[in-house]
Design a protein around this ligand. Structure first.
Ligand SMILES: Cc1ncc(COP(=O)(O)O)c(C=O)c1O
Length: 372
């Protein structure tokens, strides 16, 4: 056997991948759970503390007896349910192992080193990774200013439209955006879509769509007929509380879906996730309760944080971003030492901010008690 001393596979990795850094999964949660037990407050991953619909849990249990079988590779039942709910043809829907997978697949299928991909500074982290992995040129557009009146650090749609070039194949938008929580309304999106040529896909990531109730912000799907280059991604991880099962979907022109189908893994979404998502979709009351809980708790928590002197960015999501105006790592460590996990944002270039997910009421109270 030859010794592997000096062996370094990164030397001959695909050059686009060699330049990437591995995803930062945050703190070692199993270890922290052991250390803090019931006293932990998990406010770092934008999970839904209400949990999924009981119908979804029943569907999971029923499906467990069938795990020796492959999942339906077409996901037909879920696609039909989504199509009926959204008022679109099922040929416009693709399913993913989380919407993360679909965001990556879009870049892989539509961009290569001869192209460019546009995304916003402080836009969702996966956009930069998806772009870099294709070898396409990343055109990262500076975000709106920190003191912008309604979207601090948010997407500057005017500048993003200007950044689009003849070789641009994808523009990634998140509405609302993670980690900033900021959003733009339908009118701004309409102007943006008119300005972008049709051979660039506008990928609008709506992971937090169900939480949205801002005036003038409805659904990007209303623009789908007029703009065949619009792709809307959504997920069952947030408002439907199925993050652990990994299932998301997108709505796009059938020709976009057909291209994605060529590269999609045949069984990318597992059978338990398919069944749970279909059941979750049918339980509108549970979804409404979940969204209502989030809204109430978020606005209460915002009030409490503001009363303690923190600057909270506007949010249409299940998290708040606080801006300390100075390095936030001391506060993050202080909270972590008490079992309160929040997400530091230095990796996004926002070291003076922290992202705080809306937890259950007891967790949110624990956060407030832990603040210095
Ligand atoms: C804006 C945004 N898009 C997409 C995702 C990915 O969600 P999932 O892969 O769980 O569907 C997330 C998850 O945090 C997100 O915040």
């Amino acid at each position: 056997m030859r010794a592997d001393t000096g062996f370094d596979a990164s030397r001959f990795a695909n050059p686009a991948i060699a330049s990437l850094r591995a995803y930062d999964p945050g703190h070692d949660l199993p270890l922290l759970r052991q250390r803090f037990g019931a006293q932990i407050a998990e406010l770092g991953s934008n999970e839904n503390p209400v949990g999924p619909s009981l119908r979804a849990l029943e569907a999971v249990r029923a499906q467990l007896g069938e795990v020796h079988r492959h999942p339906d590779p077409r996901g037909g039942a879920l696609k039909n349910a989504l199509a009926a709910r959204l008022g679109v043809d099922a040929s416009r829907i693709a399913l993913g192992n989380g919407s993360h997978e679909l965001l990556m697949l879009l870049a892989q299928c539509f961009a290569d080193p001869a192209h460019s991909i546009v995304w916003s500074q402080y836009g969702f982290a996966v956009f930069a990774i998806a772009a870099a992995a294709t070898g396409a040129q990343s055109l990262c557009v500076p975000a709106l200013a920190a003191d912008h009146p309604y979207a601090p650090y948010g997407h500057d749609l005017v500048a993003m439209a200007k950044a689009v070039r003849a070789d641009t194949r994808i523009v990634y938008l998140a509405n609302p955006n993670n980690p900033t929580g900021t959003w733009f309304d339908d009118a701004a999106l309409a102007v943006f879509l008119d300005a972008v040529p049709q051979d660039a896909l506008v990928v609008l990531d709506g992971a937090y769509h169900e939480y949205v109730d801002a005036p003038g912000l409805t659904t990007a799907l209303r623009f789908a007929d007029a703009h065949p280059n619009l792709v809307v991604t959504r997920t069952f991880s947030k408002a439907h509380a199925l993050a652990g099962l990994r299932i998301g979907y997108l709505i796009a022109h059938p020709s976009v879906v057909a291209v994605l189908e060529r590269l999609r893994e045949s069984f990318n979404v597992n059978a338990v996730a398919l069944a749970a998502a279909e059941a979750a979709l049918s339980d509108r009351d549970h979804l409404a309760r979940s969204v209502e809980f989030n809204r109430g708790e978020r606005e209460w928590l915002r009030g409490e944080l503001v009363a303690r002197g923190y600057r909270c960015l506007p949010s249409q999501t299940n998290f708040l971003m606080i801006d300390l105006g100075h390095d936030a790592s001391t506060l993050e460590k202080c909270l972590l030492g008490q079992g309160v996990i929040v997400r530091p944002m230095a990796g996004y270039g926002l070291p003076h901010t922290l992202r705080i997910s809306i937890g259950g009421h007891a967790e949110n109270e624990r956060l407030l008690r832990a603040l210095p």
